[in-house]
Design a protein around this ligand. Structure first.
Ligand code: DAH
Length: 347
């Protein structure tokens, strides 16, 4: 065989082997074998010195053609392999879009929201409209105008979260009850008669226990008119208890004290948790307090713009979590803000 024939042979052989190369590492090996520094074509090209002078240019030219042709074939094969490998990777990691998706559990309203809405509809039946007042409140509205001046010992009933950094003239706090809303409605509506409920979050700087949270909802009520009496208040509370708890539930009224009402009462219902036998939620009395209430104090009416000689009114303040606590037999008020889905999903 002449060097020319050998070159052709190497060329054909390289092409055949290239066609069989299946992945990029085999391709690199092929390149080293054929066109690398010690590859067959390279070595063959170097053998040019063995030829007689006149044949050398033709051999050199042919060797270059072969090299070019193989480089081109190599590039084409490299591109094809790259595509094949990409396709293989895609298939291996493929997402089957025809598979059914994972179902997302739909949420639902928090127990407290459900209770609030139920309360709104019960009071709507009795002609009460919803009035919203702010969570961050002026000290004057939360205390002074409700007949609780700074020196008043009753301030101890409401341990307060103060809002920092304001001057002594207009101290701000997180409302400790929804009662300041009474003053806001009265000042806005005077001299119209009033029948509103004021729902909202209240905040107290208090130890958290099974019965007490430092944040909770209250539902305040206020009715102001010319002929309103304590009987109207008790009738409203009785009607509420029937609609909210069912007709069998007992209710009782005890006399009490609040600075902004005179007379003041507290309203209890029988504890459903223990059926009246006594448990830790009802402090072993068989009764659970659901609201503070009373006839609006003349000083408060006056601060709201109403002349107590002509106007009277009743007010009440319900805890929102506590009634649903007894209604559903939840034995710890901390569950409401614990964000434990196992609890929340039950309602
Ligand atoms: N604001 C009182 C509290 O948080 C509850 C209350 C008592 C509200 C008597 C009233 C009321 O409207 O008349 O303890």
């Amino acid at each position: 065989m002449t060097l020319f024939d050998e070159l052709e042979h190497i060329y054909q052989d390289a092409l055949t082997r290239l066609a069989a190369v299946a992945d990029s590492s085999a391709l690199e090996a092929w390149y080293a074998d054929a066109l690398g520094r010690k590859g067959a074509v390279t070595l063959q090209t170097r053998a040019v010195g063995q030829l007689p002078k006149e044949e050398r240019p033709a051999f050199g030219q042919r060797a270059n053609e072969v090299k070019q042709a193989l480089e081109t074939a190599y590039a084409a094969r490299a591109e094809a392999i790259k595509q094949e490998e990409l396709l293989r990777d895609l298939e291996a990691g493929a997402v089957d879009v025809t598979l059914p998706g994972r179902p997302l559990a739909p949420g639902h309203l928090h127990l407290t929201t459900q209770s609030l809405r139920q309360l709104y509809s019960i009071f709507a039946l009795m002609g009460f409209e919803v009035y919203e007042a702010p969570d961050v409140e002026l000290e004057a509205y939360n205390f002074d105008l409700l007949n609780i001046p700074e020196y008043h010992p009753a301030r101890d009933m409401w341990d307060t979260f103060w809002v920092k950094g304001l001057d002594a003239e207009a101290r701000l706090l997180l409302r400790t009850h929804t009662s300041p809303g009474q003053m806001r409605v009265m000042r806005e509506r005077c001299p119209e008669p009033i029948r509103v409920i004021l729902p909202g979050k209240c905040y107290r700087y208090e130890q958290i226990t099974a019965r007490a949270e430092h944040q909770f909802y209250q539902l305040e009520g206020l009715a102001v008119g010319h002929t309103i009496t304590l009987t109207d208040l008790i009738g409203t509370a009785t009607q509420f208890a029937r609609l909210f708890y069912g007709p069998d539930r007992q209710m009782r009224v005890r006399s009490s004290y609040f600075p902004f009402t005179e007379p003041s009462i507290e309203i209890d219902t029988t504890c459903t948790l223990c059926g009246g036998k006594g448990c830790r939620i009802c402090k072993y009395t068989g009764w659970i307090e659901i609201a503070g209430a009373g006839m609006v104090h003349p000083v408060v009416l006056q601060n709201g713009g109403y002349d107590p000689a002509e106007w009277s009114g009743f007010a009440f303040g319900f805890g929102v979590e506590r009634p649903s606590l007894t209604k559903y037999g939840v034995n710890d008020i901390r569950m409401f803000y614990g964000n434990d889905l196992r609890f929340l999903r039950q309602f």
